[in-house]
Design a protein around this ligand. Structure first.
Ligand code: NAD
Ligand code: GLY
Length: 379
């Protein structure tokens, strides 16, 4: 099955990530995979390429991408990894880098990461370290990857100490976001990505959040125009943030809205399938707005809007469905303290003055966080 092959590479839109000599384009459109060879060829230094994908994405899209690359005169070998978060570890990274070296790639070769955030993160990290760095192209096939993980150059694998603790900032040469690939995503995976879409509205674009309140239902039900507009808006927002603060010294931290809470929930569910990353982010954003209200920064109506919109779209907004008696506020706080973004033991929270106006704070009274978590666990 080659789901994008017959579709025309319709009108493209482009967002530039402006990082000087390391800058790159994000191309957004429908049917882009079928034209991926031409786009990759335009940035590739040589004519050799390795496509890294997973076993779910491969039967859907690998042939299309491989044929397009070959058609553009690029020799394209495929490496197919198991799907799922557990692939993002050192064992799979070692195997992947060995397989890349087996292909006898050289520094003019390009790696193509075809898949969701798991493939993008591990393949991007492999690209950063093989031969001390080869070029790579992101072809994200989940909503989460198209609006977040494929853009901005964060690459990583997980370790027994936690998530994303080994990695590199390493920017791709190009991102190809084919909206058509979202049609084969499960509703659950789509909604998890939708949480990250909502994040952009909440952190800096109130008009976009209002647009999502109007168009979100159609978008989630498959409206291609709405999906494309949302991906473009999110990529433009992320590109601007990354261009301004590539290494997360300041403004990029806003992209972590909801994530301090989310990482604690994910750690407690052992990064399994109980709670997907985006699902944890949805609950985390509700917590961040509730905390902002409790600390007197944000009107309660704004927190209610966030809660209502995420719940209406079908995302979980509380812990009641899966937290059992083993969950305690202290355990969650302990997970937060181990977050890699904690500096000298001090946690930075992303809070909000209102929808569309987030800010960071490193002096949140931990008692307020504990009380909020205790209330969330009591429901
Ligand atoms: P994922 O890569 O595991 O993909 C989710 C599932 O969807 C997988 O089973 C995959 O095989 C399948 N899939 C992918 N594309 C599909 C398609 N078009 N049709 C059908 N099935 C498809 O998960 P994800 O949600 O894309 O990414 C989560 C990962 O991204 C996490 O590891 C997270 O840490 C990372 N992440 C990284 C960044 C960053 O900036 N680098 C940002 C956010 C998240
Ligand atoms: N996903 C958050 C970031 O890229 O900074």
């Amino acid at each position: 099955m080659n789901l994008s092959r017959e579709r025309p590479a319709a009108d493209l839109e482009t967002v530039r990530v402006d990082l000087g000599g390391r800058g790159y384009d994000i191309l957004v459109g429908q049917g882009l995979l079928a034209d991926s060879g031409r786009h990759v060829g335009a940035v590739a230094k040589g004519r050799r390429c390795a496509i890294v994908t997973d076993e779910t994405v491969a039967p859907l899209y690998l042939d299309t991408v491989q044929a397009s690359l070959e058609g553009a005169g690029i020799n394209a070998e495929a490496i197919v990894l198991p799907q799922g978060e557990h692939t993002k570890d050192l064992g799979h990274l070692g195997d992947l880098t060995d397989r890349l070296l087996d292909l006898q790639l050289d520094r003019a070769s390009v790696l193509v990461a075809l898949g969701g955030g798991v493939i993008g993160d591990i393949a991007g990290f492999a690209a950063a370290i093989v031969l001390r760095g080869i070029d790579y192209v992101q072809i994200p096939t989940t909503l989460l990857a198209q609006v977040d993980s494929a853009v901005g150059g964060k690459t990583a694998v997980n370790t027994r100490h936690g998530k994303n603790l080994l990695g590199a900032f390493y920017q791709p040469r190009l991102v190809l976001a084919d909206i058509g690939t979202l049609e084969t995503l499960s509703r659950r995976e789509f909604l998890a990505g939708y949480a990250e879409v909502v994040k952009y509205g909440l952190l800096g674009d109130a008009d976009f959040f209002s647009w999502l309140e109007r168009e979100g239902a159609a978008l989630c039900d498959g409206d291609a125009g709405a999906r494309r507009q949302a991906v473009m808006t999110c990529c433009a927002a992320k590109a601007a943030v990354v261009a301004d603060d590539e290494r997360e010294a300041g403004r990029r931290q806003l992209l972590n809205l909801g994530h301090t809470f989310a990482h604690a929930f994910e750690a407690e569910t052992a990064y399994g399938t109980t709670l997907l990353h985006g699902e944890a982010v949805a609950i985390g954003m509700v917590c961040a707005f509730e905390l902002s209200v409790r600390l007197g920064f944000c009107p309660s109506e704004d927190a209610e809007r966030v809660h209502r919109h995420l719940a209406e779209r079908g995302l979980r907004v509380g812990l009641e469905d899966f937290a059992d008696a083993s969950w305690t506020a202290d355990r969650l706080l302990e997970h937060m303290a181990h977050d890699k973004k904690a500096l000298g033991g001090v946690l930075t929270f992303v809070l909000a003055h209102r929808v569309g106006e987030a800010f960071t704070s490193s002096d949140v009274e931990i008692g307020a966080v504990r009380a909020l978590l205790e209330d969330a666990l009591r429901v």
